[in-house]
Ligand binder design. Structure first.
Ligand SMILES: [Cu+2]
Length: 146
């Protein structure tokens, strides 16, 4: 197998100059991707919300922050998992973007203006528990409602 690769490389090297350049380009792209992966920071924090529509609004807000690679909000756990490039953004920028879309996070209260414009089903309870296990029953939840 190694021999085959070596001979392919040799042929490419001996061949047209354009072929050689192409091979080099591919290598560089791969290297960039690897270093990007290393810089990615994974973060989870609580975000209040009700339904699938909330999910798309929250995730859209998080993804709108430059440097955010992925965002996944869990409707049962009231929690978001974000992966971002910490050379481009930081946790607070993501908290602020979600809050600006009308949703409360652990650190930033949601914009009241944006909250007013949310569809009726998305007008979540501001007392809602965040970072739930996903197994808490509604009767348990009422105990936390002061
Ligand atoms: Cu909703």
């Amino acid at each position: 197998m190694k021999k085959v690769i070596l001979s392919v490389v040799a042929i490419a090297a001996l061949g047209l100059t354009s072929c050689k350049n192409e091979t080099k380009k591919v290598e560089e792209t791969t290297k960039t991707e690897v270093s990007k992966e290393i810089a990615m920071t994974d973060l989870s924090f609580g975000v209040r919300g009700n339904c699938g529509m909330c999910k798309s609004t929250i995730e859209k807000a998080a993804n709108s922050v430059e440097g955010v690679a992925s965002a996944n909000w869990d409707v049962d756990k009231k929690k978001i998992d974000v992966s971002f490039d910490d050379t481009k953004t930081d946790a607070m920028a993501i908290h602020n973007a979600i809050a600006a879309s009308g949703y409360d996070t652990e650190k930033v209260a949601g914009s009241e203006e944006a909250y007013k414009d949310l569809p009726g089903c998305c007008k979540y309870d501001h007392e809602m528990m965040m970072n739930q296990s996903g197994e808490i029953k509604s009767e348990d939840y009422s105990n936390h409602d002061h």
